[in-house]
Design a protein around this ligand. Structure first.
Ligand code: SAJ
Length: 407
């Protein structure tokens, strides 16, 4: 690895998109001695980073950004600069009827195109439908006059980091690297080997794209199974948490946890990229998405049924984030549930989210106050703070625990 590091050290890296993947990647590379230029469309994001500060919450990211900026190895701007390696880390959401929206990938590719020279390596890290690296990124570069057969290498290396553990996983996780041709694969593998401690596995770009979608679909299908079990157990009067912990004592069974639905910008999105291209074949993957997407509606119905017992019910909602111990509300089922309860005027809604100090839309209260004042306690996220709540404190209150924290 040292030999490879020497080859790529001092190279210039341009990272497009300074969000949850781009910023940690840019700052990590900066602290490894690369000269990194980060690009973001938001002037606020650019200014924040150039001050050595961060605009997202992720453990230790502030320290890493500060150290890369202070060392002079990380600068941000709204335009790219000439570099040796270009990393595209922009969002790939879906639009309309769950069709992939590749407009950010397209505009990022157009944006870097004037700065690309022979010998450069372009890497797409954004999670993408099969074919994107070749049919979108390489195609646009070719249309702009670049020779992607021999002179400019293009590869996909999907990010696989878990929010909350991004900086650890960026270095420790194995990476899958797939080029649009063998030379591109070789160059991209060499690059990742210079800063990744995990194994760098090589394949072609289409398999790399499908591998990432497969990982997240596999988790989505697993969670859908757990969520379906929770509905069955509710009908049967069985505690699903006890059931799963018993079933998981089998040496070859490992059931995931039910919850109020699947959130975040990855697992609730990526399986649709497979369904969009293979609608006839991807039956199980699509059904899992529908099962998980229907869970918030089921939780809302549960709350409404319990609320009927009260004249003016006070409903205490614990948690807004899409999962435990993060401040990220993107695609959060908890937010959808709270919003709907307010919209339908189901009762007085009190909300706690210990990872946020305030929120534009919701008034946030300390969770102790929410518990004290509520008739119905709706636990939506398994934040560590809530795990310290003693069930005795809940007295006669009605508990709807979607995460099995207070069982
Ligand atoms: N969830 C459950 N039950 C579980 C596990 C998760 O309901 O047993 C819910 C969570 O509460 C959350 C959602 O699923 O709402 C997703 O959370 P997560 O922790 O499973 O995953 P993400 O979205 O934070 O990160 C995933 C990771 N993928 C896999 O574990 C296969 C991560 O490695 C990827 O890099 C990331 O997606 C991504 O960016 O694609």
């Amino acid at each position: 690895m040292d030999e490879v590091s020497n080859i790529v050290k001092n190279k210039k890296i341009c990272v497009i998109g300074l969000g949850y993947i781009g910023l940690p990647t840019a700052s990590l590379l900066g602290t490894k001695g690369f000269s990194v230029h980060g690009v973001d469309v938001s002037q606020h994001v650019v200014d924040t980073i150039n001050e050595g500060k961060i605009h997202i919450v992720e453990p230790d990211l502030d320290i890493m950004v500060k150290s890369a900026v202070n060392a002079g190895n990380l600068k941000a701007g709204i335009e790219p600069v000439e570099s040796d390696v270009f990393i595209i880390a922009v969002p790939t959401p879906f639009k309309g009827d769950h069709e992939p929206d590749l407009s950010y990938v397209e505009s990022a590719t157009e944006m870097i195109s004037p700065y690309i020279k022979p010998g450069n390596l372009v890497i797409l890290e954004s999670t993408s439908p099969v074919g994107t690296t070749d049919e979108v990124v390489a195609r646009i570069l070719k249309e702009n006059g670049h020779d992607t057969e021999k002179e400019v290498c293009v590869a996909h290396c999907p990010e696989r980091v878990l929010p909350g553990r991004i900086l650890v996983e960026l270095v420790e996780n194995d990476r899958i690297v797939g080029g649009i041709n063998p030379l591109s694969t070789e160059k991209a593998v060499e690059f990742y080997n210079s800063f990744v401690r995990g194994e760098v596995l090589s394949t072609d770009s289409r398999t790399a794209e499908m591998a990432k979608l497969t990982e997240n679909s596999s988790r989505d299908v697993g969670i859908a199974f757990a969520n379906e079990l929770s509905l069955i157990c509710d009908e049967e009067g069985i505690n699903v948490w006890e059931l799963i912990s018993l079933a998981n004592r089998h040496p070859r069974v490992n059931i995931l946890n039910p919850g109020p639905g699947v959130g975040g910008h990855c697992i609730a999105v990526d399986p649709w990229f497979i369904v969009a291209r293979s609608p006839q074949q991807a039956k199980l993957i699509k059904t899992a998405r529908l099962v998980n997407d229907s869970k918030p509606g089921w939780v809302i119905q549960k709350v409404k049924t319990k609320a009927e017992r009260f004249k003016k019910p006070v409903i205490g909602c614990l948690g807004l984030a899409f999962k435990a111990d993060v401040d990220d509300l993107r695609e959060s089922p908890a937010v959808d549930i709270v919003r709907q309860l307010i919209k339908e005027n189901v009762g007085d809604i009190l909300i706690s989210e210990p990872n946020l100090s305030s929120h534009d839309e919701f008034e946030l209260l300390p969770y102790e106050e929410v518990i004290r004042r509520a008739d119905i306690i709706l636990l939506l996220v398994d934040h560590k703070e809530y795990k310290t709540i003693k069930t005795l404190e809940l007295n006669e209150k009605i508990l709807i625990d979607t995460r099995g924290v207070l069982q």
